[in-house]
Design a protein around this ligand. Structure first.
Ligand code: FCB
Length: 453
């Protein structure tokens, strides 16, 4: 591969989420979250793992920020835990919860690392889950009140905000397949309402951040759309991939139009409006949901592949990956085109000012060798190829402003517990010792030179 130069202003970062790294699940007044509840329900999480201690980041944040500094990160994407700040979901604010993020943010800023803060990365106060969670519209308003407290308190130091992380996962994995908290399997009608309530939460979040921020700020969200790549570079396959990307399946809330049409056009697709499962909403809510954003963050790990198909009225055919296609330990097929097409179709379809990759990375079997290192060549190759795909976007004139590697460190991978290592830093869960993997050292060079070789 030839050397690829990235712009000077490109934001190189890494990402984590509160529940996956903090631990301290009952400390300093933190309330129980929906994930704490799921973790403590036998049989729900691989190996019976829990997020009770996770990476103990709550106590080790200084050491972790020092490692970020060592790698040379320009920015760090973190999330605030709602149950740490408002333990019961609504009402009383927990000052000690705010204190933790005060300490963390101050540490980041004194090391010249820009914080990108996500207000909701899946840990809902259990008290709200008890009141139907995202099936209840009130949760969107409770979220706005929580957002207000966070923004009032931190917006002197935080100017990059994300309302939500991956709403499609909250909806589909939480309320349909039941793999994620709260672990339910709801009807299509209820699912559409969950989608709407999350979108409303997002819109109210945007309004709240803009209304209460003490400084001029950038507001967006981290989203995971259904990403589709063409089988070949032929115009017919590319057009087919775009059709598949825009395809609406009324029984499948992963379909992009469920999310993007309300967010960017202020309207549900006609087919949703005409269906028997149409959610309850008001025109005023649609206006809130479609408030303009400063950026869209994309979380992407793989892509579905399609080719053109004249025999299918939808115009495309899904091509399965060959059995031997390289995969990560998540069983996700590796396809760097997910980066390029993850932005291209969105940028061509909607008016979006700026993009970031707010998550991309890979889980592999990492081993600490006798030299006390982790030689994760597979992860370096993965990142190199995905960065190259990002470079292609920049070359083609798309406004891609930065890239956050998932993840800064190995952490609690939801229902998979600690079985998946995504970090560029290795976490020894017995001792909480961290080791910079070779990928972290490689990334350090990329950031320093602004070049991918
Ligand atoms: C994303 C989540 C993130 C992490 C990665 C692997 O869906 O946002 O928390 O679990 O997947």
């Amino acid at each position: 591969m030839k050397t690829l130069k990235f712009p000077k202003s490109f934001v190189w970062g890494a990402a984590t989420a509160s529940h996956q790294i903090e631990g301290a699940w009952q400390e300093d007044g933190k309330g129980e979250s929906n994930w704490d509840r799921l973790n403590h329900t036998p049989g729900k999480i691989e190996n019976g793992d829990t997020g009770d201690v996770a990476c103990d980041h709550y106590h080790r944040y200084k050491e972790d920020v020092a490692l970020m500094k060592h790698i040379g990160l320009k920015a760090y994407r973190l999330s605030t835990a709602w149950p740490r700040i408002i333990p019961n979901g609504t009402g009383k604010v927990n000052p000690k919860g705010l204190d933790f993020y005060d300490r963390l943010l101050d540490e980041l800023l004194s090391n010249n690392i820009i914080p990108f803060v996500t207000l909701y990365h899946w840990d809902l106060p259990q008290k709200l889950e008890d009141k139907l969670g995202w099936r209840n519209k009130d949760t969107a308003y409770a979220y706005a009140d929580y957002a207000k407290e966070v923004v009032k308190h931190f917006s002197d130091r935080v100017t990059n905000w994300m309302t939500f992380n991956e709403m499609p996962c909250s909806a589909n994995l939480g309320y349909k397949s039941g793999e994620h908290a709260p672990g339910l399997k709801e009807s299509n009608k209820i699912m559409n309402q969950v989608v709407h309530n999350l979108l409303l939460g997002h819109g109210l979040g945007v309004k709240t951040i803009r209304g209460y921020s003490k400084k001029k700020c950038d507001v967006g969200l981290a989203h995971n759309g259904a990403v589709v790549a063409p089988q070949t570079n032929s115009p017919a396959d590319i057009a087919a991939a775009k059709k598949a990307w825009a395809y609406l399946d009324l029984q499948n809330q992963w379909s992009n139009p469920f999310w993007f049409e309300p967010m960017f056009k202020g309207k549900y697709p006609d087919a949703v409006l005409k269906s028997k499962d149409v959610p309850s909403f008001t025109p005023a809510e649609m206006k809130i949901i479609s408030a303009p954003l400063d950026f869209l963050g994309i979380n992407v790990y793989s892509a579905g592949v399609v080719c053109a198909d004249k025999n299918n009225p939808a115009g495309f055919k899904k091509i399965p990956y060959p059995k031997k296609h390289p995969k990560t330990t998540m069983n996700w097929d590796i396809n760097p085109d997910c980066i390029y097409y993850g932005v291209k179709f969105l940028a061509e379809t909607y008016k979006i000012k700026k993009f970031y990759f707010t998550e991309n990375g890979a889980a592999f079997k990492d081993i600490v060798t006798k030299d006390n290192r982790v030689h994760d060549k597979a992860r370096i190759d993965y990142l190199r190829n995905h960065f190259a795909s990002a470079h292609r976007l920049i070359k083609d004139g798309f406004n891609l402003a930065g890239y956050f590697v998932w993840s800064l460190m190995d952490n609690f991978e939801w229902q998979k517990g600690y079985s998946q290592r995504f970090g560029i830093i290795y976490t020894d869960y017995k001792t909480q010792k961290r080791i910079l993997k070779d990928s972290a050292l490689w990334y350090k060079e990329v950031i320093k030179s602004k070049e991918v070789k």
